[in-house]
Design a protein around this ligand. Structure first.
Ligand SMILES: Nc1ncnc2c1ncn2[C@@H]1O[C@H](COP(=O)(O)OP(=O)(O)OP(=O)(O)O)[C@@H](O)[C@H]1O
Ligand SMILES: [Mg+2]
Length: 244
């Protein structure tokens, strides 16, 4: 157990997911429980088809578990109406996907602002927060660029700005570096790692990317195979050099 663990921002409790398919029922998540604290960052790794994206959709209340519950900020979402869940998402959750999902004819600041359309914030405040979020991801000079006028890495930065502009407690990212080259991918992860005010869950296939996270949750065949939390290697007693 991590002694520095904070209050849970998001939790799965005994979550199972079964899809009904033409060839019978398919259970893709089996009694999964995890908790990610406020400000904590975790990588989810596992083979293709192991249930990672299903788990992220359920964490993000985009999909419903067959059994178990999802709690966001200690609030159970199981009994919420669709409207309550969508309000919860627009207030507390941010999403980043492999594809950037930006509107092509809208500039960067407009794309970020549109993410807050249903937030209840006034237009001027939405614009202010959108500009602030774009500054935070290093795109202060690109506010009026449309997606075609941005590199892949820059487009993903806009998507990250959109995910954080409404100041959510939790950011969920499904293969956010999947469409980028290695170097650009690493710079996106460096940017994510600086978001110390959000609970962050990042799905990745890439072991090098996962290695950048202290907490690594391995999922296999719908179950948590391991959940390691490597504490920083500081102050070793034998005086040996510590890995950076
Ligand atoms: N709507 C659905 N109906 C039926 N089966 C589904 C549905 N969605 C996902 N599955 C199945 O659930 C399993 C887990 O899928 P999921 O997308 O969560 O895997 P993943 O770990 O994200 O894989 P990848 O690394 O390839 O993205 C797969 O076998 C998939 O075929
Ligand atoms: Mg997936």
């Amino acid at each position: 157990m991590n002694p520095h663990a904070t209050r849970p921002a998001i939790e799965l409790r005994g979550v199972s997911k079964t899809y009904m398919t033409g060839s019978g029922d398919l259970t893709v998540l089996k009694d999964v429980s995890i908790s990610v604290g406020h400000g904590e960052h975790a990588a989810i790794v596992g083979p293709s088809g192991s249930g990672k994206s299903t788990m992220l959709s359920i964490l993000g209340t985009l999909d419903q578990p067959t059994m178990g519950d999802v709690l966001v900020d200690d609030r159970s979402t199981g009994a919420m109406s669709d409207g309550e869940r969508s309000e919860l998402r627009s207030r507390s959750l941010g999403f980043v996907f492999q594809q950037f999902h930006l509107l092509p004819h809208v500039d960067a600041v407009g794309n970020v602002e549109l993410g807050m359309l249903y937030s209840g914030l006034a237009r001027a405040e939405r614009r202010r927060r959108a500009s602030e979020a774009l500054e935070r991801v290093g795109l202060a000079e690109r506010l009026d660029h449309r997606p075609t006028q941005l590199s892949g890495g820059e487009q993903q930065r806009v998507a990250i700005a959109r995910a954080i502009a409404h100041r959510p407690a939790v950011v969920l990212a499904d293969e956010p570096t999947g469409a980028l080259d290695q170097t650009t991918g690493q710079s996106i992860i460096t940017l994510f790692r600086r978001l110390d005010d959000v609970a962050l869950v990042v799905i990745t296939h890439d072991e090098n990317i996962a290695a950048g996270f202290r907490r690594r949750i391995k999922i296999r065949d719908g179950r948590i195979e391991s959940d390691e939390n490597v504490l920083p290697a500081v102050g070793r007693r034998d005086g040996s050099a510590c890995p950076a």
